[in-house]
Design a protein around this ligand. Structure first.
Ligand SMILES: NC(=O)c1ccc[n+]([C@@H]2O[C@H](COP(=O)([O-])OP(=O)(O)OC[C@H]3O[C@@H](n4cnc5c(N)ncnc54)[C@H](OP(=O)(O)O)[C@@H]3O)[C@@H](O)[C@H]2O)c1
Length: 240
């Protein structure tokens, strides 16, 4: 079984490296998803049976300030993968990594796979467009989730009034493995069993000195305030 994973150098990618041992993790320069020739070459050479597409431009501010790069990476990048898989024509199973931020973020709504997205910022718009593009390919699973890597909280402060059913990236990688084993198609939410604030998440992630902040102090692109998800199709995971 040949598994190819994009975004291997990223936060989720590092966790996927631990779970999908023996998978092929092409570097950005080897398989630039924004470049159709580069994607075709890599896929035709490797001929994966499973492709986990985790590469993206994820910075909310960066996507807002550089819409062209965000579009070319997150939307056209996904289109390039779909086109190459259709050309490959080996019924490869595609997993497209999406986000809880495709939703508006109403308080304690606990969005399920059946709810209607309504993105708040350009990053989330491109991730939703990527979902729609990935649906042009029949053998696809769209995974929506929300995570941080454990022991690597990178900010001095964390929101006490922004929430989610967060997981650590290692938990999400395990969830992706479980989904791949069953070859689930359509949309699946991989979510934590508990709604917590980002501040609580930072503490759990091992950041002892993190300060508290509120949304009132925030000055930037609109954000999804409550990223809590639920699932009607899959199990919930414990953040650990
Ligand atoms: N972090 C979250 O909270 C979160 C939540 C829900 C969903 N997601 C989704 O999960 C996935 C992984 O997120 P992450 O937080 O692990 O992201 P990340 O740490 O920023 O990593 C992004 C990865 O994408 C690669 N990449 C970017 N542009 C590329 C291109 N043109 N061609 C090839 N590779 C490219 C990067 O490689 P280089 O560094 O070498 O450029 C890096 O390996 C993304 O699809 C994201 O939208 C993230």
């Amino acid at each position: 079984m040949k598994v190819l994973i994009t975004g291997g150098s990223g936060a989720l990618g590092s966790s996927l490296q631990k779970v999908f041992k023996g998978a092929y993790f092409p570097k950005h320069r080897e398989m630039d998803i924004a470049n159709p020739d580069s994607v075709n070459k890599a896929l035709l050479k490797y001929k994966p049976d499973i492709l986990i597409h985790a590469a993206a431009l994820v910075g909310i501010r960066e996507c807002e300030e550089n819409k062209k790069k965000a579009w070319l990476t997150n939307v056209e990048g996904t289109q390039n993968i779909v086109n190459a898989l259709k050309r490959l024509n080996n019924n490869c199973y595609l997993v497209y990594m999406s986000t809880a931020c495709v939703f508006a973020g109403e308080n304690e709504k606990y969005y399920t796979e059946n709810d209607i997205p309504s993105p708040k910022n350009y990053y989330s718009i491109t991730k939703l467009c990527g979902e729609i593009v990935s649906r042009q390919y029949e053998n696809t699973c769209i995974i929506r989730t929300n995570f941080v890597p454990k022991n690597r909280w990178k900010y001095p402060k964390a929101f006490v009034d922004r929430f989610g059913t967060y997981l650590f990236s290692d938990n999400v990688a395990k969830g992706i493995y479980d989904v791949c084993k069953k070859r689930i198609k359509g949309i699946v939410h991989i979510v934590g069993s508990k709604r917590i604030s980002m501040y609580e998440l930072a503490l759990l992630a091992g950041s002892k000195n993190v300060g508290k902040m509120t949304m009132q102090e925030y000055n930037g692109p609109p954000l999804t305030i409550d990223m809590s998800l639920s699932t009607k199709r899959w199990k919930k995971y414990k953040i650990e």
